[in-house]
Design a protein around this ligand. Structure first.
Ligand code: 13P
Length: 288
């Protein structure tokens, strides 16, 4: 079964100068959508699980069992990592116990020394179990109550300290933002990315907020050392748009023969298409 940690796929991406797509799960349809997209593209894939998704989908154990069963049932042959996205300390420990193959510990809101100490402890657990670890320093901007904040930049000195721990990958803010980018967004800070690359000794970097960054900027970031790009918003929007169109077409949702599966199928197809386009952009096609 191709259920693996993200370590090897990320190292191969680093060598080959491409990036692995991380797609956030939201429901059962999204599991199927991203597994099928990866299989069709012969691309490795990382399935991300936020704390909110973990609660919605019945906890980390349920998700591990569901994803591994789907891999088996759909006869998926490409490498798949199941990854915690922005995990708190408690969430990461829970996911490690529950069979996840990869975790992100987000200690970016903590003082750097505490972030390093907790990351070091989690790294020990991950190494015992063969699980890959992503950590974060600095803060990635985002939308709160409809107001988008600008992406902040990580301090390269903090990035260097995190790299010294020997983690597998590092999320460091370079002006990127989760969700919608404000109209006056000045773009990714390639000067900061370069500084970070210079002090992190080849550590694979992760670009969050990968939905609406212009393609040329994504490609440039990958060429400089980004090996994993996180995508959620664009897939979610495509999913809901697919369902909205289905309803607008005037289908009778009340008839006896109607099934909710038919309502969600266009959403699944639409988010799968987005994932395929992103895999093509990131260069991970035929890399499985
Ligand atoms: P977007 O929702 O902006 O694509 O970001 C996803 C992400 O970075 C998840 O960690």
């Amino acid at each position: 079964m191709p259920y693996v940690s993200a370590t090897e796929m990320i190292q191969a991406a680093k060598k080959g100068r491409y990036a692995i797509g991380h797609f956030n799960l939201n429901n059962m349809e999204s599991i199927r959508a991203y597994l099928l997209a990866a299989e069709e593209m012969k691309s490795p894939v990382i399935l991300g699980v936020s704390g909110g998704t973990a609660k919605y989908m019945g906890g980390y154990k349920t998700i591990t069992a569901t994803v591994t069963s789907f891999i088996d049932y759909l006869k998926i042959s490409v490498p798949v990592a199941l990854h915690v996205d922005h995990g708190t300390y408690a969430e990461v420990l829970d996911a490690i116990e529950s069979g996840f193959s990869s975790v992100m510990f987000d200690g970016s809101a903590l003082p750097i020394e505490e972030n390093l100490e907790k990351s070091r402890y989690i790294l020990g657990l991950c190494r015992e179990k063969g699980i890959s670890l992503e950590c974060e320093v600095g803060a990635i901007g985002g939308e709160e109550d409809g107001v988008a904040s600008m992406g902040e930049c990580a301090d390269p000195a903090d990035c260097a300290k995190m790299a010294e721990l020997g983690i597998d990958m590092l999320a460091a803010g370079i002006g990127n933002i989760h969700g919608k980018y404000p109209k006056d967004w000045p773009g990714l800070r390639f000067d900061v990315l370069e500084e970070i690359c210079n002090v992190t000794n080849g550590l694979p970097l992760v670009l969050h907020g990968g939905s609406q960054i212009p393609e040329d900027q994504v490609k440039r970031a990958i060429s400089m050392g980004v090996c994993k790009v996180n995508v959620n918003t664009e897939c979610q929007l495509a999913f809901t748009e697919g369902v909205r169109k289905y309803i607008e077409e005037g289908k009778d949702l009340t008839s006896k023969g109607f099934t909710p599966r038919a309502l969600l199928a266009p959403g699944l197809e639409a988010s799968k298409e987005v994932a395929i386009k992103k895999m093509q952009l990131f260069g991970s096609v035929n890399k499985a």
